[in-house]
Design a protein around this ligand. Structure first.
Ligand code: PLP
Length: 390
C-alpha cells in the first residue's frame, strides 16, 4: 500500500487553530477581557422563521408512514428544490434550467469534489490570496497550481494575463477573504480568456446575496459566453444562514464540454453521494420562496449594515481596504506583519480578526474583519480599534 504523498505537500492548516490558541492564552491571562470576535466567516443570526417552519413540517412528514422518505430518488436533488433554485436565478434575470442544478450538502464539498472531473495533467490558476480549499483540493490530487496576484494595485480583483497558460481557473466573487467583487466588464474578460483557451472557470458565488452594486453580477451566467466555460458553486450558508444546516448546489450548463461535464458530475455524485436530506432540501426550498427571500434579506441587511460601519471606520482613518460593499468581509491594509497586527488588536482592543498571511503570500500586510456579529458589538469594536490605531 502506498499513501497519497500529495498530502505531504499541504501546509498545516493552522490559521484558525493558531487564532483560537492565541485567544485562549490571552483570555486565560486576562479573564475580565471582553473579547469581540470579527474573525471567523460564520453567520450568527438565526434561521428565517419560514425556513424553520418548513424544517419542522418536513421532520413531521418523516415521522408518518404515509409521508416517510428514505433515500432520495435522485442524488441530484428533489425537483421541488431544483425548480426553486432555477426560479431564484430567474428572479435576478439569469436563466438556469432546473436540470442543470445539482444539489449538495454545501459548496465546500462540491469545491473539493469537482476536481475529480479533471485530468491530473491540467494547470490550475488560483488567485492569491485565496479561500484555501481551491488550492488544497488540487494539491491533494497532484495538480500543478499557479497563482495570479491579487494586490492593492489591482484592488484585489486580478484580471487575466494573455501570457498565462492554464486549464482550470478558480474565481470567487464577491471574494473571500478580500471582499472584492468583479464587475460585469471584468468578469467578461475572464470568460473570454477561458473560452479562447478551452479552459474552465470554477466560479464560487457563495456570497452572491451580498451584492448591491448593479455593476456586479450575482452569477457568472449573467455574463455572455459563460455557459461554454463555467460551472458555478453556490451555497445557502451565507444567503440563508445554513452553515450548520448544510445545503448548497452546483450549476453545470448543458452545453459545457458538449454536455459531458454535466453527465460526469451527475455520475460522480450518484456513485459517491447519496443526496442531501429531505428536511434540508425542504428548508432550502423555503429559503428561496418569496417569503424566505424577504426574511433572509433582513439578516443580510443587518450584516451589510455592520460591513458598512467597518468600511466607513477605516475610510475615515484613511486606511486602504476592499470589501464591505457587496461583501461581509473587509480586507484592510495593516502595514507590516499581519500576526503582529492580530496581537495588537487582540491585546489592545480585545478584538479578534484574521491575519491576511493565512490566505496566501499576498495576504501579508493585510487583515480580514467580518460583519458577522451584532451591530452593537461591531460599533464597540470600531470604537476600540479607532482608539488603538489613532
Ligand atoms: N466558498 C467560499 C468562498 C466560502 O467562504 C465558504 C465558506 O466560508 C464556502 C465556499 C463553503 O460553503 P458551504 O458552507 O456551503 O460549504
Amino acid at each position: 500500500m502506498k499513501l497519497n504523498t500529495n498530502y505531504d505537500k499541504l501546509q498545516n492548516s493552522y490559521l484558525f487553530v493558531e487564532i483560537a490558541n492565541r485567544v485562549k492564552k490571552y483570555t486565560a491571562e486576562n479573564p475580565a477581557a471582553d473579547i469581540i470576535r470579527l474573525g471567523i466567516g460564520d453567520v450568527t443570526r438565526p434561521l428565517a422563521p419560514c425556513v424553520v417552519e418548513a424544517g419542522l413540517k418536513a421532520m413531521s412528514e418523516m415521522g408518518k408512514a404515509e409521508t416517510f422518505r428514505g433515500y432520495s430518488p435522485d442524488s441530484q436533488g428533489y425537483d421541488f428544490l431544483r425548480n426553486a433554485i432555477s426560479a431564484y436565478y430567474a428572479s435576478f434575470g439569469v436563466k438556469v434550467g432546473a436540470e442543470e442544478v445539482h444539489v449538495s450538502d454545501g459548496a465546500k464539498s462540491d469545491c473539493g469534489n469537482i476536481v475529480d472531473m479533471f485530468d491530473a495533467d491540467n494547470t490550475v490558476l488560483i488567485p492569491d490570496p485565496v479561500y484555501p480549499v481551491y488550492f488544497d483540493s488540487n494539491i491533494m490530487s497532484g495538480r500543478k497550481v499557479i497563482f495570479c496576484d491579487a494586490t492593492e494595485e489591482n484592488d484585489f480583483a486580478p484580471l487575466p494575463d494573455d501570457n498565462t497558460d492554464c486549464d482550470i481557473i478558480y474565481l470567487c466573487s464577491p471574494n473571500n477573504p478580500t471582499g472584492s467583487a468583479y464587475t460585469f466588464a471584468q468578469l467578461k474578460k475572464w470568460v473570454d480568456f477561458a473560452n479562447a483557451r478551452g479552459a474552465i472557470i470554477i466560479y464560487d458565488a457563495a456570497y452572491e446575496a451580498f451584492v448591491t452594486d448593479p455593476d456586479v453580477p450575482r452569477s457568472i451566467f449573467a455574463v455572455d459566453g459563460a455557459r461554454t466555460c463555467a460551472v458555478e458553486l453556490c451555497s445557502f450558508s451565507k444567503t440563508a444562514g445554513f452553515t450548520g444546516t448544510r445545503c448548497g448546489y452546483t450549476v453545470v450548463p448543458n452545453e459545457l464540454c458538449g454536455g459531458r461535464l454535466a453527465k460526469m458530475w451527475a455520475r460522480r455524485q450518484s456513485t459517491k453521494f447519496n443526496g442531501t436530506s429531505y428536511i434540508q432540501q425542504r428548508m432550502a426550498e423555503a429559503a428561496y420562496s418569496e417569503e424566505g427571500i424577504k426574511q433572509n434579506l433582513e439578516n443580510i441587511r443587518a450584516y451589510q449594515k455592520n460591513a458598512k460601519l467597518i468600511s466607513d471606520t477605516f475610510a475615515e482613518m484613511g486606511i486602504y481596504h476592499t470589501g464591505g460593499k457587496n461583501s461581509p468581509y473587509i480586507w484592510l491594509k495593516c502595514n507590516g506583519d499581519s500576526w503582529d497586527f492580530f496581537d495588537k488588536l487582540l491585546t489592545q482592543a480585545n478584538v479578534v480578526g484574521t491575519p491576511g498571511s493565512g490566505f496566501g503570500k499576498n495576504g501579508e500586510g493585510f487583515f480580514r474583519l467580518t460583519a458577522f456579529n451584532t451591530y452593537e458589538k461591531t460599533e464597540e469594536a470600531m470604537r476600540r480599534i479607532k482608539k488603538v490605531l489613532s
